[in-house]
Design a protein around this ligand. Sequence first.
Ligand SMILES: Nc1nc2c(c(=O)[nH]1)N[C@H]1C(S)=C(S)[C@@H](COP(=O)(O)OP(=O)(O)OC[C@H]3O[C@@H](n4cnc5c(=O)[nH]c(N)nc54)[C@H](O)[C@@H]3O)O[C@H]1N2
Ligand SMILES: Nc1nc2c(c(=O)[nH]1)N[C@H]1C(S)=C(S)[C@@H](COP(=O)(O)OP(=O)(O)OC[C@H]3O[C@@H](n4cnc5c(=O)[nH]c(N)nc54)[C@H](O)[C@@H]3O)O[C@H]1N2
Ligand SMILES: [Mo]
Length: 767
Amino acid sequence: MSKKIVQVYDRPAGGWGALKSVAQQIIAQGIPAKGARTLLSANQPDGFDCPGCAWPDQDHTSTFEFCENGAKAIAAESTARRATPELIAQHTVAWLAQQSDHWLEGQGRLTRPMRYHRASDRYREIGWDEAFDLIAARLNALASPNDAIFYTSGRTSNEAAFLYQLFVREFGTNNFPDCSNMCHEPSGYAMREAVGVGKGTVLLSDFQLADALFIFGQNPGTNHPRMLGELRGAAKRGAAIVSFNPLRERGLEKFQNPQSAGEMLGDGATAISSDYFQLKIGGDLAAVKGMIKCVLEADAAAQASGAARLIDVAFIAEHTANFAAFMADVLAEPWDVIVRESGLELAQIRRAADVYMGAGKVIACWGMGITQHRHSVATIQMITNLLLLRGNIGRPGAGPCPVRGHSNVQGDRTMGIFEKPKPAFLDRLGEVFDFTPPREHGYDTVGAIEAMLAEPGKVFFAMGGNFAAATPDTQVTERALRQCGLTVHVATKLNRSHLVCGAEALILPCLGRTEIDQQASGPQAVSVEDSMSMVHLSSGINAPSSPTLLSEPMIVARLAVATLKGRSKTDWMGLVADYDRIRDKIAAVFEDFADFNARVKVPGGFHLRNTAAERLWLTATGKANFYAHPVPTDLPIHLARSGRASPVFNLTTMRSHDQYNTTIYGMNDRYRGVFGERRVLFINPDDIAELGLQAGAWVDLESLCDDGARRQAKRFLLVGYNIPRGCVAAYFPETNGLVPLSSFADFARTPTSKSIPIVLTAHAAAA
Ligand SMILES: Nc1nc2c(c(=O)[nH]1)N[C@H]1C(S)=C(S)[C@@H](COP(=O)(O)OP(=O)(O)OC[C@H]3O[C@@H](n4cnc5c(=O)[nH]c(N)nc54)[C@H](O)[C@@H]3O)O[C@H]1N2
Ligand SMILES: Nc1nc2c(c(=O)[nH]1)N[C@H]1C(S)=C(S)[C@@H](COP(=O)(O)OP(=O)(O)OC[C@H]3O[C@@H](n4cnc5c(=O)[nH]c(N)nc54)[C@H](O)[C@@H]3O)O[C@H]1N2
Ligand SMILES: [Mo]
């Protein structure tokens, strides 16, 4: 059986396989011929923004850029299937909860609002007015507005996010957990401290100038396929591409561009990485610190011999703080610790440092392989240290590039979806809308789950996403949600969170990006901000999946009217009648959005100012800060291994090629050679042998945490893989139950989904 599941994939990423996979998806979703037009309108100036990832588009005006996973995201939204109340009411929630995520998603687009009926354990249709009145009544009955929690996923447009945060703050709380808390929160935190801005500083054009690109903990072939276009271009002109990843990811090795007739017909491909370093899970801080140590040692030698310096002395003197203490700390870090903790050989670290020193302009990219660890903030600051050392921030072709996930996750933050808002922003919001915003900081994602556990009866409202499946400690999180008085989900498709109901529960179906959003003044466009701070418009082109769907801004406005009766001075229905009016208010609140409507209507949109890119450092010291961080040797994995004779593995949880976060499109992971099965565990063949097991055996996973709770995930197929010993990898969300709620990143509180200490035992088949 395992033979069929596991196959060797030795083709490049992209290519004909990508086209075939999209065609299969379009057929599976029952999409008629208009589907092709939908695909061609993605990321065009008059089309919609691709709901796939946050990677920017070439000018947002160029010809259609083919992207396999973008096409899958669009096909999934444009599906011909409908999850009507009649269909859903055929089943009890208990029965639905037994079905797979793939099955739930496969029911198609939600069409009408539904309310959970506990007596029959079924969802049934409810009218919109009734739904809003019910939520308003429950919200207004709470002892304090802080007993309500408002989650946001990252597809929500700027306009919807802005109205949403306004409504929630007029209601009286800053409880804004969001998907960012599980994603790039550490990037924002680390960079705000280091360079004064929590966003990347580079633009797409910088990829055409860089001499070297360092890619940490990212799988662009699957998660940001359009990034392969930039990498291919850079590789072709001879730039060095250096990847750090415990797994050998196909997209970082070879790419066949489906847009290049030459490569497709001649079956050619472009080699991507010039160097590939398979470090240990969580070994990045050590590896980067080792590179820095090499640079400092080489610089000392250069200085002694009178050769050209290898650090940018003038930049460091003029623009940075804390260099001397930082340098002393790096030089004091023992090489054996660096080598052991990185899992790389000293020669490999030296090689990486040589590439860095040999490059005039350097970009560093990173993804979830960096952010979802206990020491993620320290690791990201070590990456910024590396860049600062040679002045690689704030000049063309160089800079930090955290690669965001959801298509508008960055914009949602810009619009104020943040549990710790700045006082100046609240002052301005209060002035523009004539109310007194709450000052007390709210809950982040982990904090929200803790609060729901601690005190039953809360109202949980989710603007998109799949909270129950995306968060850690699945059983604990589900208990927290079930303790709520009311759970509400604004969604496009049925998902697991809808089946984890509070005492009362509602599902509110909304329009997707691809659909025409008709309001009183005509069809509306919304705006989004990509990973490189480009803000542009998005207009749907398809007829709505159901005439009953409301747009997210309309849902917020009607909820605000119902809830804030007589209390709000905001003209909610006036604002949603014409989204230009929302944008005018956004411009009134945020200086960087001055003249928003005019600027965003220029094809391609506009770039938001980034002070770090201008070498203006809005930090406590007024400079870019070097941060000293020890190579950690007391992480959960170290503690779990100490004193245990049997092997403890470090588990990283990641995405397959056929999923969008918790949305499972299919059961294959083509580039990793896995077909028809998601419960797999990638493991080094020598580790399999040492365990006395065989590839193809089924095992149970149990995570180790000293809180006394037992966390297991059962029945995973062992797949021998090119991954360092002691490291294993599996897909999320099947493994989320293994991540303890109490295990999160220092400072940023991001769950440590990329480093979970686990033990393996043979799976005993049920009798
Ligand atoms: N098709 C598709 N596109 C997506 C998504 C999707 O699910 N599907 N999700 C979107 C979202 S929200 C996000 S945040 C991004 C996520 O995009 P990625 O950041 O690429 O996310 P992951 O799949 O979690 O993969 C992380 C990579 O990190 C590596 N890794 C794991 N642990 C470590 C480590 O300790 N060190 C290093 N150096 N590497 C490590 C893994 O091998 C893997 O290659 O993609 C976005 N785009
Ligand atoms: N173990 C582990 N856990 C992780 C991660 C990991 O790598 N490992 N990654 C984390 C990361 S990076 C992230 S970002 C989170 C993701 O967490 P979420 O953002 O909460 O999850 P998604 O799976 O993206 O949400 C999918 C749902 O969004 C709804 N949806 C889709 N489009 C729209 C829309 O236009 N409007 C509305 N209202 N709803 C819509 C659909 O109903 C769909 O079921 O998961 C995190 N969890
Ligand atoms: Mo994400």
